[in-house]
Ligand binder design. Structure first.
Ligand code: PEP
Ligand code: MG
Length: 556
């Protein structure tokens, strides 16, 4: 694609439906930004040396603060990592190399940092020992911090995203979504992102129209250009003509009207044609989600992803901070059942303060509960905070990425132990997320240590089909509506017929699959807040017709 001044139409694929328009906000990874990497002339050398020195002081201060807080709140081993980072940036030979690069090559401080750090990163990465390779990741992380500091970025670039704009980015990482959630962005267009990715889920949950698969787009959209995003048809128009904008506005108006009609019915309970009440809960990550969910008629919170309390921080929250965050997020649902999931990080959801522990095959590594098994202090903090929360909320706890019954046994024992130490006799009910084939196949044994089960169909699909949910190249294999996924759910229901079963993966938001899910024995659907009216409607249309078809079939 060449430089664009005239109108351009882009066709991608839908990550989250809806329509939005606004001025483009172009967001690039700091190491791919061009504005910090430039040549200089001799007269600018001293200025660049001074900028580098200033960035070093800033970063050393940040790292020392991190080390101190992590020591107090989490883990002294981890604090050592930040101390080591601080020592690396203060290393005299590394500093001398950067200064030499500025002086002799006549390049900006950013360019010099990038060159020297890349050189060191490669040296470490080519070494055999795992510990040396990890050092390579440390070096890259430090380069990113230094370049951000040189660019004057003190927080996250998305912190300043103006409301009403269209975000134009390569991809959306979980840590980016924290800032998106707090803003009022009209739509997002991405170069990369799979249908089952967290970016897709997140966008869906906050009702952010989002298209991905627009390769090369970042070089063709200028900041401030008007972009119309129709994520229902996966089309974006940059610099539209007047007639495009008029047609867009009309379609958006009609869309809003039909949503308003569906909303009218959504505060009433959803009962199938054959009289079965089905609970419709919401998936939430922040208080705005919970508020929208309640306005849309949610009967509870079926999945509170607490990752946002962690991903948006430089440091893990302590008991007090976590409790406060959960109370604020769940306040609009007080009095209703709420299901809080334990921290589910690792793989595609790295923690900012643990990024350096990279794994070669992270999706099969320390994810969900396995991660908490490695860092039990993190789990302890959560269980402490959750037990306090249960005094004011109808609380249920979900355990992510359970594979073996042992995962549940371990959490249950720890929860009971902490409750006993605190003199709490009413312990919240504990449920397992069924997200791996192994968990689906061992539901009976898992239930020895659990009170209920919830299907995380996004991960279940990823692991059943061996198709990375974040990798658009294998989207054709990532099919959560495939018969196999329903059969697995039915199998679990047949194995443990009296156990309450819910679905909280994106499949629960597919109104074309609602009847099928109910046939598998699902009694609760937890969906993105904007999907509640549509799913309630689909439940009301389910059941009777299916029974009739079955009876007709039997009569033949
Ligand atoms: C899932 O895997 O379906 C799920 C609900 O969890 P997450 O998408 O947060 O991994
Ligand atoms: Mg999951």
């Amino acid at each position: 694609m060449g430089k664009i001044e005239a109108m351009i139409k882009l066709q991608g694929k839908t990550l989250s439906p809806g329509m939005g328009k606004g001025e483009a906000f172009v967001y690039r990874d700091v190491l791919t930004r061009h504005d910090e990497f430039y040549d200089i002339d001799e007269a600018q050398i001293d200025k660049e040396l001074a900028r580098f020195a200033e960035a070093l002081i800033h970063i050393t201060g940040v790292l020392d603060d991190l080390a101190e807080h992590v020591e107090e709140e989490l883990d002294s081993n981890l604090a050592e990592v930040f101390r080591a980072h601080s020592m690396i940036v203060q290393d005299a030979s590394l500093q001398a190399e950067v200064e030499k690069e500025i002086r002799e090559e006549w390049v900006s401080a950013g360019s010099a940092v990038r060159t020297v750090f890349r050189h060191w990163e490669r040296r470490f990465q080519s070494m055999e020992a795992e510990v040396a390779r990890q050092k390579g990741d440390d070096i890259r992380d430090l380069a990113r911090r230094l370049v951000s500091s040189l660019a004057g970025v003190r927080g996250h670039a998305l912190e300043d995203i103006p409301p009403g704009c269209v975000l134009v980015a390569n991809r959306l990482l979980p840590s980016d979504t924290i800032f998106m959630a707090r803003s009022n962005v009209a739509a997002a267009v991405l170069e990369a992102g799979g249908a089952g990715s967290h970016a897709a889920l997140f966008a869906h949950e906050i009702g952010l129209p989002c298209i991905a698969g627009l390769e090369g787009m970042l070089d063709n959209i200028m900041p401030g250009e008007l972009v119309l995003v129709d994520a229902d048809t996966a089309e974006a128009i940059v610099n539209p003509k007047q007639e495009n904008e008029t047609a867009f506005n009309e379609k958006q108006g009609q869309r809003n009207q039909s949503r308003a009609n569906a909303l009218e019915n959504s505060r009433k309970p959803a009962v199938t044609k054959d009289g079965k009440p089905i609970k419709v809960y919401a998936n939430v990550g922040c208080v705005t989600d919970t508020q929208v969910a309640m306005d849309n008629g949610a009967e509870g919170v079926g999945l509170y992803r607490i990752e946002r309390a962690y991903l948006g921080r430089q440091l893990p929250p302590g008991v007090k901070a976590l409790l406060k965050e959960m109370q604020v997020t769940l306040e609009p649902a007080r009095g209703l059942p709420v299901y809080v999931r334990l921290l589910d990080v690792g793989a595609d959801k790295p923690l900012p303060f643990l990024e350096q522990f990279a794994e070669i095959n992270p999706s099969l590594g320390l994810r969900g509960i396995r991660f908490l098994e490695k860092y039990p202090e993190l789990l302890q903090t959560q269980l402490d905070a959750l037990l306090q929360l249960s005094a004011d909320f109808d609380l249920h706890i979900l355990v992510p990425m359970v594979t073996l019954p042992w995962d549940m046994k371990w959490v249950k024992e720890l929860l009971n132990q902490i409750a006993m130490n605190k003199g709490i006799s009413e312990v919240p009910r504990l449920g397992a997320m069924i997200e791996t084939p192994a968990a689906a196949l061992s539901a009976r044994d898992i239930m020895k240590h659990a009170d209920f089960l919830s299907f995380g169909t996004n991960d279940l699909t990823q692991y059943v089909f061996a198709a990375d949910r974040e990798n658009a190249a294998v989207d054709a294999y990532f099919d959560d509506t495939n018969d196999i996924i329903f059969r697995l759910q039915k199998m679990v229901h047949d194995d443990v017929p009296d156990v309450p079963l819910s679905v909280c993966g994106a499949l629960a938001c597919r109104s074309d699959c609602t009847a099928r899910l109910l046939e598998c024995g699902i009694t609760t659907l937890s969906v993105a807040p904007p999907s509640i009216p549509e799913i309630k409607q689909a439940i009301r249309e389910s059941g009777g017709a299916f029974e009739q078809v079955k009876q007709q079939g039997a009569a033949k």
